[in-house]
Design a binder for this molecule. Structure first.
Ligand SMILES: [Zn+2]
Length: 383
């Protein structure tokens, strides 16, 4: 690596060991979305760090999830809208995972559960703000950091807080990690829908009364083919039946079958069209019934002119720092989908370059953790 020349980057690079210490602490505390005691523990730890940095910290209790942590710098002192930074503290990993494969750094790679998704981003937020404070360069308007604890399960209990804070903000920065090799910032993300399809038939003896049964698994199989036929890669629409569950034993014509369906779409119009089609499934076999519930849980993040100009600012700052910043889009949803859908310019994947989210080979690049911290600090300074 070339030695950094930009003063901000140089100063942050000197903190690398401290950043990795904090990342190690965060990664080595298991924080599955489904364990409120664990996620609250990590929420308090991050909140205490924010208090050390002079923030006004509050916790939002959430039924079934750990406390969400909100830290605000300069709240109420400026009438201007501020910048909202979004991170999540929960991971998809169960308790015990960090003990099985604790945080490690080998050469430029840091590994461990949640290192990319997205504990690296949390460290980045704290050190970017710390760097601005030390240089007395915090912007003259509010900076709010929200760390929620239920992102991986759809942000059900934090959605309202996220949306309220976004409405009070001029822009939103999401610190999810970014894909190798160059870590494009995301200016668009697909919308995500979840549906449950249930088919009902009539049970009967598969030997003695085969013709009297209505096979709910067969009914479902036909719907699965129809659902999958709705996938249209050119439009950016995909449907995936990921789970099915039906029948009890091979000699019984099954009366019930359930399927879990994932939908991804690029635009809101397409989301509405697809929702109508999926919710409107009609029985295909005589006597069968079908029920569908569900809908869009994260609207698509569409690339607006305001998002494009936010990206342009990040790219220009990247140039000043000697970093090449590229643009991309993603099929996965994040909390940025929620804020972009409100019309608040949102830039995502500002976190370190890494990959393997939700997989055993999850990693981030330590160099980019430092670089993206400098990028974030400079963005906060000028936005
Ligand atoms: Zn994430």
């Amino acid at each position: 690596m070339n030695q950094p020349t930009h003063p901000r980057l140089k100063r942050i690079a000197r903190n690398q060991a401290h950043m990795l210490d904090l990342l190690k602490r965060l990664v080595n505390i298991d924080s599955p979305s489904t364990a409120p005691i664990q996620t609250s523990k990590i929420s308090r730890l991050v909140g205490a760090k924010c208090e050390e940095l002079g923030a006004e910290v509050s916790y939002v209790p959430a039924p079934g999830a750990g406390d969400h942590m909100k830290a605000a710098w300069d709240p109420g002192r400026s009438s201007e809208k501020g910048v909202l930074i979004l991170c999540h503290l929960d991971t998809v990993w169960p308790e015990g995972e960090a003990q099985r494969r604790p945080f490690r750094v080998v050469a430029d790679r840091a590994t461990g559960p949640g290192v990319a998704d997205m504990k690296g981003g949390v460290v980045q937020a704290l050190y970017a703000i710390g760097s601005l404070l030390r240089d007395d360069q915090m912007p003259g308007r509010p900076v709010v950091l929200l760390c929620n604890t239920d992102e991986e399960t759809g942000s059900k209990s934090s959605r309202e807080t996220i949306e309220n804070l976004a409405r009070q903000s001029s822009c939103v920065l999401v610190l999810e990690s970014s894909a190798p090799p160059d870590g494009p910032l995301k200016t668009a993300r697909k919308g995500v829908g979840r549906f449950t399809v249930r088919t009902h038939g009539r049970a009967s003896h598969a030997g003695g009364a085969h013709q009297e049964g209505i096979n709910a698994v067969e009914e479902m199989a036909r719907h699965i083919q129809d659902l999958h036929a709705l996938t249209d890669y050119d439009r950016g629409t995909t449907v995936n039946v990921g789970v099915i569950d039906g029948g009890s034993r091979s000699n019984v014509v099954p009366a019930q079958c359930t399927a879990e369906v994932d939908l991804r779409v690029s635009t809101l119009e397409e989301a509405e069209r697809m929702q109508r089609l999926i919710l409107g499934l009609e029985p295909l076999m005589p006597g069968a019934r079908v029920e569908v519930e569900g809908g869009l849980n994260r609207p698509p993040m569409q690339r607006t002119a305001a998002i494009a100009s936010l990206f342009a600012v990040a790219q220009r700052i990247g140039q000043e720092l000697g970093l090449q910043i590229t643009e991309g889009s993603g099929g996965g949803g994040s909390d940025g989908n929620l804020t972009a859908a409100l019309g608040v310019p949102t830039l995502d994947s500002l976190g370190p370059v890494g990959s393997g989210e939700h997989a055993l080979d999850e990693w981030i690049s330590v160099r980019t953790l430092v670089e993206r911290t400098a990028l974030l600090a400079e963005l906060l300074r000028v936005l």
